[in-house]
Design a protein around this ligand. Sequence first.
Ligand code: BF8
Ligand code: SF4
Length: 644
Amino acid sequence: MKRDHQLTDCQASRQMIAKASRDGTVTMFDRVRGRKVCSFGSGGTCCRVCFMGPCHVKEEGPGADTGICGATPATIAARNFGRMIAAGTAAHSDHAREIVLTFLKMLNGEAASYTIRDPVKLRELAEVLGISSNGDAKELARRVAESLLAEFGKQEGELIFPSRAPAKRQEIWRRLGVVPRGIDREVVEMLHRTSVGVDQDFEHLMLQGMRVALADGWGGSMIATELQDILFGTPYPVLGKVNLGVLREDHVNIVVHGHEPLLPMVVVDMARDEELLARARSVGAKGINIAGICCTANELLLRNGIPVAGSILQQELAIVTGAVDLMMVDVQCVMQGLANVAACYHTELVTTSPRARIQGVTHVEFHPEHAEKTARELILRAVDNYPRRGVVEIPHEEIDVMAGFSHESIRYMLGGRFRAGYGPLNENIINGRIRGIAAVVGCSNPRVRYGDLHTTLVRELIANNVLVLTSGCAAINCAKEGLLVPEASDLAGSGLREVCEAVGMPPVLHCGSCVDNSRLLVAATEIVRQGGLGDDLADLPVVGCAPEWMSEKALAIGQYFVTSGVPVGFGVVFPTLGSEEFSSFLFEGISALTGGKWFFEPDPRLMARRVVEYIDAKRRALGIEQARERVLFDMEMRRQIATG
Ligand code: BF8
Ligand code: SF4
């Protein structure tokens, strides 16, 4: 059984886990205890696609077998993997669809709460989409939105955004036949091909896995990011606070949780409304405090500096403080367990998306046409609930964070006012001050010592002069450890530190929510375009990592990086290990096709070592290895130090 200090390094979380236990409140940290993992399920060889089964199969040893239909372990693992990528793609893309539809409603005058906040980005995007302007901004916006909406239902041809990738990458995708035709079509085709008795060749199945993943990264996720920037503003560096200490004992606290920023952005605006503030004062509160959980938190932090209460694993713990007057949730990563936790305290839990309810939980449905009315109703409910609070215990932890690193702001920061561009970044990679770039992204998982894997990995990487880009819950965990402020460059190797100090940036750059991983694709493409580091994404000294992943969305993200030519490492478990044959395809064979590949490494220090090895191999291939390469401590060296 895990004791709380083994669950996480986060002191605020430990304090709330202890409080929950004193209060008799059951959280995920109780539910995970002693929970057995089914080896067939976690290894990917449990097939449930028809009811001649379900079939649990294994590849080796006594009893090695196939499903009743004859499906091999490799086929079953590939089917499961493909379905998870499709589900992840569906999640990001359905979010994107909602943004596009709201954008169109705004243009039709049906959603008055929204406006175009970044007209420059709108024009840039129109150019990418091949839409010319005759000077009428509204007409341009409409044509952009209609063109993006069409991406979901297209049946033939190619999605538009993959044409942003380097020419060589596009050729590779075309040769493999994996350029997505339409976002919805690729998800549907993946479900079809993985149903009983259809595509039963794991390599062929994974070509569709690649195509559906590209429909996420270079499709749905990119649409969500680009249009959210136009609607809510492109992120530029901003300061904020993170961890449960951002909740205020003397304020009405509203926690916004989930993924779509449409309603939370309006709640943030409305919380400044004088009438509502007066109402808050009338119940004895000093004001209204909005704080975020999960990717909604990242969306609001990046653009408005709104405080972040925590990552996915702190959603229940926020309520355990007794200080959350209302928690509003929409879609993705919202745990059903919240309902029971909220029932133990005074918190009103409210679902808001027409697509997602929780049994027994209040539902106040959000439609963009009535955003202000809904936001006002939610704030009033929170204010009215404030006097019902019982005992409040808010942890002190409240850490500074610098966020807001879109590819536009990275270009600006690194290039400075006079030569905005990726030139200085490329120069510093070529001269070795920056050894390479790692994207450390993704979830937290209560099955591992949460937060610790992210921060251990990131500390090792920056010490080895690897610039880290982060997003999602990984970013929140790194922020909580103080790694997302310029002062963290003290922990960086001398080269990276020099660059960070010259620019005034942290060694770990917060790029946003999980759909914002699409920003990393655009940034990597700009690095290639800048020159001097090869002519394809696969040439770059860049690696992706999700050491604490748990979600299907993380698999979709990982696969679109791999299909874009980038090695990607996952920790915790790898969901295909039940089939050696399929796993070795993902870990090795696939690199002959895409230049990228998966790797599995649960130990964050060893993961850091693999990242540095991949980066150094890319540097050698580029002919820029130079004398600056430093040796990362390996396990043997560590042991020698430990034993003196
Ligand atoms: O989309 S990192 S736990 S919150 S899935 Fe979920 Fe994972 Fe967090 Fe955002 Ni992303
Ligand atoms: Fe078993 Fe085949 Fe049905 Fe899967 S499709 S459950 S392996 S019989």
